[in-house]
Design a protein around this ligand. Structure first.
Ligand SMILES: Cc1ncc(COP(=O)(O)O)c(C=O)c1O
Length: 403
């Protein structure tokens, strides 16, 4: 009944609030996915280099994730957090044993995980230093979510427009500018919140030196260092968490996106010392750590931790980046490549929209950030021959644009 493209398009625009700015002529209707391939309603195949905005790190309908979730669905869908459930405990154990953290709080999305981090940082500070030390410093061009607190934390004016009054106590500094951060930290500051690699901001990595000095500064002033690893986590950069590349651990880290392998789940992880600031009743979520999503998360983490999995991601991403760098040398419209593992951006001054549209018509899914950045977040399970197909399409499109 609902497989006719024009009918779906018509119903979508009559029933669903227009927040996603879709191109009505070109937006595909997907009905199936496996690995790196999506199928539209007519059975056309698309190669997905965006992974549902960094969610499908294990590809679409990963068999381990589907099996784990299906088994759990047949046992227990939901109980509420008034009771114990097994998957939540299993997932927390896996996350804690494989990270800096001692404790976790489960949410349903990235923004909610960041809300939890913001609340925890403020509570930690209030208990130790009183009510007047609540400021959170974030990075310009960062992205932390769309709830009122997280859009205020986001270092981009455009996401806040029209939504005031906004919560107080956020300020912004340029990325990788330690002097600016030092200047902004004052006796009202309780936390610094950073994406180790700006995702929505266009794949701009933090410098190691910057994170080391930021950590030192935070330690000295008892300010919490929060990493938003919602996009960079879960193997995206060929490490389980991106901060492992830097060897600089935070006090708090947030996860979501790829954690549930396609099911919605978020998490805030932290040290014991910080976790103690929350008491029963301070924070909660009806669905947070839902058994099905948590069981999917267990399958995701176990897959990422399989012997050689992340090394293989590193190898494939090095190949991909080497070829993209070659492309940049041959075409003047590609000015450079920024990357960490399978988080990749091409700098393409002014023609990102055109490249995106042409790739879509050749059934290659990529992402454009503004006019000048192409972002690629391929599933980590992408195969070398699929990377070659993607490279061929990108090169043709860029060559056509330049001709
Ligand atoms: C770094 C980062 N933080 C937070 C979010 C918000 O996550 P969600 O859309 O699940 O609320 C995103 C989403 O793109 C993100 O990239």
């Amino acid at each position: 009944m609902f497989k006719d493209y024009d009918k779906i398009k018509e119903l979508e625009s009559s029933y669903i609030i227009n927040t996603y700015g879709r191109n009505p002529e070109k937006t595909p209707l997907f009905v199936e996915g496996k690995g790196c391939i999506l199928h539209d309603e007519e059975g056309n195949e698309y190669l997905d280099l965006l992974s549902g905005l960094g969610v499908n790190n294990l590809g679409h309908s990963h068999p381990g994730v589907v099996e784990a979730a299906t088994k759990q669905m047949n046992k227990l869908l939901h109980t509420s957090n008034l009771y114990y459930t097994v998957p939540q405990v299993e997932l927390s154990k896996l996350l804690i044993e494989n990270s800096f953290a001692d404790k976790v709080f489960f949410a349903n999305s990235g923004a909610e995980s960041n809300e939890a981090a913001i609340k925890l940082a403020r509570k930690y500070s209030e208990l130790k230093y009183g009510e007047n030390r609540k400021k959170i410093i974030t990075v310009k061009k960062s992205f932390h979510g769309r709830t009122l607190a997280t859009l205020t934390a986001t270092g981009q004016e455009k996401v806040r427009k029209g939504f005031g009054p906004l919560p107080e106590g956020f300020s912004y500094v340029p990325l990788n500018d330690i002097d600016a951060l030092k200047k902004e930290v004052d006796d009202k500051t309780c936390a610094v919140m950073i994406e180790p690699i700006l995702g929505e901001g266009g794949v701009h990595p933090c410098e190691k030196d910057y994170l080391e000095q930021a950590k030192e500064l935070c330690k000295e002033k008892d300010i919490l260092l929060i990493y938003d690893e919602i996009q960079t986590g879960m193997g995206r950069t060929a490490k389980l968490f991106a901060h492992e590349h830097y060897g600089v651990t935070p006090d708090v880290m947030t996860l979501a996106k790829a954690l549930g392998g396609g099911l919605p789940i978020g998490a805030m992880l932290c040290t014991d010392e910080v976790a103690k600031s929350f008491s029963p009743g301070d924070h909660a979520s009806t669905f947070g750590g839902n058994p099905v999503a948590a069981e999917a998360g267990v399958a995701v983490v176990n897959t990422l931790l399989e012997d050689g999995f992340l090394e293989n991601v590193q190898e494939k991403s090095s190949y991909f980046v080497k070829e993209l760098e070659e492309l940049a040398l041959n075409y003047s419209s590609v000015q450079g490549v920024r990357h960490k593992g399978m988080m990749i951006a091409l700098q393409v001054d002014g023609c990102a929209g055109e490249i995106l549209g042409e790739c879509l018509s050749k059934r290659l899914l990529i992402n454009a950030i503004g006019d000048s950045t192409i972002r690629l977040l391929p599933p980590l399970v992408i195969e070398k021959n699929q990377i070659d197909i993607a490279l061929g399409i990108l090169e043709n499109v860029i060559a056509d644009i330049e001709s």
